[in-house]
Design a protein around this ligand. Structure first.
Ligand code: PRP
Ligand code: MN
Ligand code: MG
Length: 178
């Protein structure tokens, strides 16, 4: 285990079980629809790649790069679009793929942006929900795991760009960021 991790909150097996459950729900709900899965970089990259492998039919994948934390442990509220989609979403069934919903600001900004883009439908799948600090009302349609009010890293989630590769989700030791 990485020396900066205080405890493991979700093991690789628990993450895999959540992915399997979410993949089954999505496969059922999007059967025959050729949905567009939008991976919200960078945090959702590991989740996206594991999630889509649970879906037996073809889906399309694209990426948006959005950032709001700017190296801190809480969201700045200023959501920057660093990379937009390559494809049009007009008439498409869009699924935002997120690693975590914390304040809700990132997904609120994305949902607002997509309101004018004429997608057929826009839904949200998030591996982790952290409801303690919600500032924007965001309704995730699919949630894998619910986490307590702790700063977590791993499985895509970072602190100052580190720890994304860890195969588990763990609580970061507070001395790392205090
Ligand atoms: C993190 C995380 C979510 C978002 C959740 O991304 O990956 O996208 O914050 O927080 P919120 O609900 O308070 O907006 P971050 O901005 O750190 O960029 P990253 O994915 O590149 O790490
Ligand atoms: Mn992110
Ligand atoms: Mg981050």
């Amino acid at each position: 285990m990485d020396q900066d991790i205080q405890e493991i909150l979700f093991t690789p097996a628990e993450i895999a079980a959540a992915n399997q459950k979410l993949g089954q729900q999505l496969a059922r709900d999007y059967h025959g629809k050729n949905p567009l899965f939008v991976c919200v970089l960078k945090g959702a990259i590991l989740f996206l790649t594991d999630l889509v492998r649970q879906i037996p039919e073809s889906v399309e994948i694209d990426f948006m790069d959005v950032s709001s934390y700017h190296g801190k442990t809480t969201s700045s509220g200023e959501v920057k679009i660093l990379k937009d989609l390559d494809v049009s979403v007009a008439g498409r069934d869009v699924v935002f793929v997120e690693d975590i919903i914390d304040t809700g600001k990132t997904l609120k900004a994305l949902m607002d942006l997509f309101a004018s883009r004429k997608a057929k439908s826009v839904k949200i799948v998030s591996l982790v929900d952290k409801p303690a600090h919600r500032e924007q009302v965001v309704q995730a349609d699919y949630i894998g795991l619910t986490c307590p009010d702790k700063f977590i890293v791993g499985y895509g989630m970072d602190y100052q760009e580190n720890y994304r590769n860890l195969p588990y989700i763990g609580v970061l030791k507070s001395e790392v960021y205090l």
